[in-house]
Design a binder for this molecule. Structure first.
Ligand SMILES: NC(=O)c1ccc[n+]([C@@H]2O[C@H](COP(=O)([O-])OP(=O)(O)OC[C@H]3O[C@@H](n4cnc5c(N)ncnc54)[C@H](OP(=O)(O)O)[C@@H]3O)[C@@H](O)[C@H]2O)c1
Length: 434
């Protein structure tokens, strides 16, 4: 039997006191008495490492707790749990590995680190029978990792689909509700603090790429190399696309999609998609996130809430801390280990079959439609619906909605169509999800 936990308190060392660190510290301090009752032992924040000791903090902390030397947190023998809330790969990965090698339990919200190099950390934690929990790394305050690893573990997950980036969801919501253009909404989102000064990680889809890589690795019990995950952001979306999609009965969302395929492979991808307005994810607006999990026994389960921010992500981090405290007390840390025991390949996007939305600008001349639809026909692509709108004088917008076709067929057909002399430009190509 594992030895009982002997200390009179559980010591917490925190790396980082930014957005998530502040939310975590605030919650641990605010609900301290309640948490002690829940766990049956005091939880003490012993030390917090920051970069700049003189920075104004959004949470009140005893200045004596702060240090600018992370090793004073990592090497303190009284710290049982290290919370890594710095972000990025370096030095976060080095610190987490150091903590594990010292026999410390680790809680992190670092999606980039877990997606890119979580494997060796999980391996080290399992080898030493330690907890390494990362609920805050995906969808902020929404519990999704723990439910998938525990309550839903009996299922073969068929699909995990989510709106997992609040910044882009806010931008798309505003574009849709207020008919605003992307650059204007992005500026507004930056002013409101919903988007970073450098918005690339959100806008270009990388943030969602890390998250869907993590979710798919859990869902399909396979390591997912984040570099193999197709990613396409929202930069090319125009107000027109939102309007035409609405006319066809759809909204446009940036989605992360993981699917189990019958041939043993999986789809893992991030891109804008047209979703029918009746789709369960379609009503997810503003900075909210939602994740839909399809299990072979449970059916559809939907998780919804705030996907980022100090309070919501702090809630996820503190949940992991409490879980770890309980495991420490019971001598049962390292119970839920890495579940990536399979090696599945990711289906290339050329093979992925979906329906498609294509917007193009063409000259307003006879036989244009025949020329274009002829090329689609050559590639076995069936047209489901079409909108044609003359914009100015001799130029026309044509929007096509296509039946299911593999990405390769559409890509090759569009390469030919864009060289037809009647075609001014292919303006956008967006996949349609059911
Ligand atoms: N923000 C969110 O809503 C959110 C949601 C989910 C997950 N996450 C993840 O949570 C993590 C933290 O994000 P955040 O938004 O809280 O970041 P943040 O606001 O930039 O805070 C980072 C903190 O780490 C400290 N720090 C940076 N480098 C350090 C170093 N070398 N040694 C010691 N301290 C260092 C900074 O110190 P100073 O304050 O002194 O500069 C700061 O307190 C990231 O992995 C992020 O992806 C964030």
């Amino acid at each position: 039997m594992a030895p009982a936990f002997q200390k009179p308190f559980i010591g917490i060392g925190i790396l980082g006191l930014g957005v998530v660190g502040s939310g975590t510290v605030d919650l641990l301090q605010r609900n301290q008495a309640e948490l002690e009752k829940k766990i049956g032992i005091p939880i003490q924040i012993r030390r917090i490492a920051v970069r700049n000791l003189h920075k104004q903090r959004s949470v009140q902390v005893n200045p004596a707790l702060l240090t600018d030397n992370p090793y004073e947190v990592l090497d303190d023998p009284e710290n049982d749990i290290i919370c890594e809330l710095i972000g990025g790969i370096n030095p976060a990965h080095k610190y987490v590995m150091h903590a594990l090698k010292q026999g410390k339990q680790v809680v992190t919200a670092n999606k980039e680190m877990m997606a890119k190099s979580g494997h060796d950390l999980m391996h080290e934690a399992a080898h030493r029978k330690l907890d390494l929990l990362f609920e805050g790394s995906v969808a902020g305050g929404i519990p999704i990792i723990q439910p998938m690893k525990n309550a839903l573990a009996g299922n073969l997950v068929q699909e995990v689909v989510g709106i997992i980036n609040g910044t882009t969801n806010y931008i798309l919501t505003r574009m849709s509700k207020d008919m605003a253009d992307l650059p204007d909404v992005l500026l507004e989102a930056q002013k409101l603090g919903y988007a970073e000064a450098d918005p690339s990680s959100d806008i270009d889809g990388y943030d969602a790429q890390y998250k869907i890589a993590i979710l798919s690795s859990i869902a399909f019990t396979s390591r997912v190399n984040v570099n193999d995950v197709y990613v396409e952001g929202i930069r090319s979306l125009a107000q027109k696309d939102i309007a035409y999609a609405r006319e066809l009965g759809y909204c446009i969302k940036l989605v992360g999609i993981g699917k189990r395929l019958p041939d043993g492979r999986m789809q893992v991808r991030v891109h804008p998609a047209l979703l029918p307005v009746s789709h369960p994810l379609a009503a997810t607006s503003d900075v909210y996130n939602a994740v839909l999990v399809k299990g072979d026994s449970v059916g559809d389960v939907m998780f919804y809430g705030r996907g980022a921010g100090s309070g919501p992500t702090g809630s996820a981090v503190v949940g992991d801390i409490l879980d770890t405290c309980r495991n420490l007390k019971a001598g049962s840390t390292g119970r839920v280990v890495c579940t990536c025991f399979e090696k599945r390949d990711i289906q290339p996007m050329d093979e992925v079959e979906t329906r498609h939305y294509i917007r193009m600008s063409v000259q307003d001349r006879p036989r244009v439609l025949a020329a274009i639809s002829g090329v689609f026909g050559d590639y076995n692509i069936n047209i489901e619906a079409m909108i044609q709108k003359t914009i100015y004088g001799r130029q026309t917008d044509i929007v096509w909605l296509m039946h299911e076709a593999p990405g390769k067929a559409i890509r090759e057909a569009l390469q030919i169509i864009q060289n037809l002399d009647v075609v001014v430009e292919i303006s956008n190509w967006i996949r349609v999800e059911e």
